[in-house]
Design a protein around this ligand. Structure first.
Ligand code: UD1
Length: 422
């Protein structure tokens, strides 16, 4: 199993290119199931979650003509889909696999999908996905760890989401494209990735309006067609490098980053004293060596993203005061706190709140990652900790960050990946 070893104390400087957005790419490539035509995708990140999705699509019968070689194109044709089951071994490693339910049900009238696993950051139910499908006339059964859904024809419906779930919004949008009549999704997730999926579905011939806002309307059509799409840059990766620059007192241009997609996060970063400036080529973040504490509360978009909470906690760990971090999206997303404390941080947890008392210095230690963003926070901590930090179980990192050690080394970090036999 691979580990990442970091010698702390370097300052990040230079410019870094972002990969395509993971959270946009997963639903977008799954949407290829909605048509028998070829769909071409550019800037698909070469990540483990993408290869898991491709394994799943291939298992269902999707032809993969060109595969993703770091930034290369991907061509998918779902003209020979015979298998309508997403098995446990694939869904358990990645919750986004559950998104095949909507497209399979809408196009083929049935689907059998294992209930998901994914990051160990809470119970993460799928009730909103299922209630929405039922509103559209699907008959849902849960049996032996699988969800079985059937519908001779999905019908448009008004669906009010109790919580603006990103995945439920995306699953229901895809299902609605081929349903009879109009579907209205209220209290929809407003994340840029939802807007991107809406744009892709529109390019495929779907009649979608409002994606990116809290009410999405979809008028079902008889069939969809192929198209080409280039993924947006990953805004969470952008935010991660922004924290890295602020944390190390560095100066980094994050190429093609868009502040308007992480506005709430950028505002918080500025409160800590970092300079965040938009330039023609992207966003430049300059740290000033001193970090002011600030409170953070994660919220659905456009609020502060939960996917940047762990990274922000590291910044607060070396701030000049006390910060309260409230996690409102996932109930169990503080698993990095214990490991950060092993590196000298002073973090106490109480339910969904973490109180972070800033310390002058972290110290390198062997630490273990427990989920994707938690792993990244430990790497960031290693950048400013005295001495060596070894982050093990980095397979979590590979789910969501492309060549992270190469990119950080390019910015001046002393970081390397090693393979361990144990
Ligand atoms: C997506 C992102 C993930 C991000 C999250 C929140 C992808 C591939 N993943 O995950 O990186 O952290 O949005 O921004 O895009 N919930 C229910 N019932 C449901 C569905 C969700 O109660 O049917 C709850 C979840 O348990 C969680 C909250 O809603 O507490 C948010 O989940 P959701 O927005 O669905 O996240 P994902 O789509 O899984």
């Amino acid at each position: 199993m691979d580990s990442i070893i970091i010698n702390g104390g370097t300052v990040l400087e230079g410019s870094v290119a972002l990969g395509g957005s993971k959270n946009a790419a997963l639903p977008v490539i799954i949407s290829s199931l909605l048509t028998a035509d070829k769909c071409c995708y550019g800037r698909v990140p070469a990540l483990r979650d993408v290869s898991t999705t491709l394994r799943l699509l291939s298992r269902l019968g999707v032809t993969i003509e060109k595969d993703v070689v770091a930034g290369g194109p991907l061509e998918l044709t779902a003209d020979k889909v015979q298998e309508l089951e997403a098995p446990y071994d694939l869904v358990k490693t990645m919750r986004a696999s559950f998104l095949v339910l909507g497209p399979l049900l809408a196009r083929f009238g049935e689907a059998r999908v294992s209930t998901p696993g994914g990051c160990a950051i809470g119970t993460r139910p799928v009730d909103l996905h299922l209630q929405g499908m039922e509103r559209m006339g699907a008959c849902i059964r849960q049996d032996h760890g699988y969800i079985e859904a059937r519908a001779r024809e999905l019908k448009g419906a008004v669906i009010d989401l109790g919580f603006p779930s990103v995945g439920a919004t995306e699953n229901l949008m895809m299902a609605a494209t081929l349903a009879r009549g109009e579907t209205v999704i209220r209290n929809a997730a407003r994340e840029p990735e939802v807007a991107e999926l809406g744009a892709v579905l529109a390019k495929m011939g779907a009649r979608v309006s409002g994606a990116g806002g809290d009410v999405i309307r979809i008028e079902g059509v008889g069939e969809l067609h192929g198209m080409a799409h280039e993924m947006s840059p990953d805004r969470i990766e952008a935010g991660t490098f922004m924290v890295g620059a602020a944390l190390t007192g560095g100066n980094v241009l994050i190429e093609d980053a868009r502040v308007d997609h992480i506005e709430a996060f950028a505002a918080k970063l500025r409160e800590t004293g970092a300079r965040v400036a938009e330039e023609a080529g992207g966003v430049r973040v300059t740290g000033n060596g001193r970090v002011r504490s600030t409170d953070v509360a994660t919220l659905p978009y456009p609020g502060f993203p939960t996917d940047l909470q762990a990274q922000m906690m590291v910044l607060m760990a070396v701030s000049d005061g006390t910060s309260v971090i409230t996690e409102n999206i996932f109930e169990n997303r503080f698993m990095h706190a214990q490991e950060l404390n092993r590196m000298g941080a002073r973090i106490t947890l109480d339910g969904n709140q973490a109180t972070v008392r800033g310390v002058a210095e972290l110290s390198g230690a062997p630490v273990m990652a427990t989920d994707l963003r938690a792993s990244m926070s430990l790497v960031l901590a290693g950048l400013v900790a005295g001495g060596e930090t070894e982050v093990s179980r980095v397979y979590h990192l590979d789910r969501g960050y492309e060549n992270i050690e190469g990119k950080l080394a390019g910015l001046g970090a002393d970081i390397r990946r090693v393979s361990r036999d144990d």
